[in-house]
Design a protein around this ligand. Sequence first.
Ligand code: FRU
Length: 325
Amino acid sequence: MLRKLSCIIFVSYTLLFNSCKLEDDDKAKISIGFSQSVSNDNWRISMNHAMEVEAALHPEVKLTIYNANRQAKKQIDDIEKFIADKVDVIIVSPFESDSIIPVIEKANAIGIPVIIVDRKVNTSNYTAYLGADNVEVGRIAGRHIVSLSKGNANVIEIKGASYTSPGLERTMGFRQIIDQYPGVKVISIDAKKDELPKDVFVNILKNAPEINYVYAYNDVIAYQAWKAAKGENAKNKIKIIGVDGVNGPNGGIQLVKDRILEATVLYPTGGSEAIKLALKIANKEIVPKNNKLNTTLIDSLNADIMGNQFDKITIQQSDIEQQQA
Ligand code: FRU
């Protein structure tokens, strides 16, 4: 008797469970695949999180994130998987601008919409691009150094990788401004894999004329430069400007508040905007090919305000997450 009863309970439980599962699958009418390229820094973590929060607001969305961990080949394989799974929209935050061209074009050719976020790809065969203007990012940093130094300074520029569009464009914009001021002398060095070339950097600090400013490709490198300069007892003389302005502990906004960085240039991740754009595309709305995110300078004058604004958004997001849970 007892056996029969437990059997009935088991069968009804299985039926109940399966019917819930069916309902969930049924609700997920829009499948979005996101191929992330780099996994371990604040900026990327905050991008993924923004996507997950935005996706959670739309019960009809099923978001899958694959992480390529800086491997161009893995990113191509991840996008191939999304194609094989026939997802409704693919969002790609490219690692390199060239190697993924064929797989992006493949998705596009078979009619899967592709949204490119942040780094550009050297093809126009995709549906939409979303990101801030990296040339403008470089110009903002350049103008800030010119205005603080009144056109007379020695600067170390730590450049990002040249196989990425932000790496190239942040330098280009910076040069457009700085080159107009002969009193601003720049020594450029390359950062590989988002790492400060510490020996080269320290060597310049030791041997070059007094350095007044550092312009770093991102806040991670800017912070590394601060630590290296501190070791050389040069930290108080050098003003460091980074890029990204992520909110939260160890993010660029906090580094500005702590006076570790003189300033950072906000480079929004576009996580939630990418999901919104994917939804529009999945619902057959016409969207612009180019979707620009805003950028601005964050320094000691506005770091608190910016931080508070972002904190409010984070609180709202976690309220929403709790409600969803
Ligand atoms: C993070 C990052 C950011 C930068 C972006 C550019 O992986 O290096 O710091 O703004 O990628 O692609």
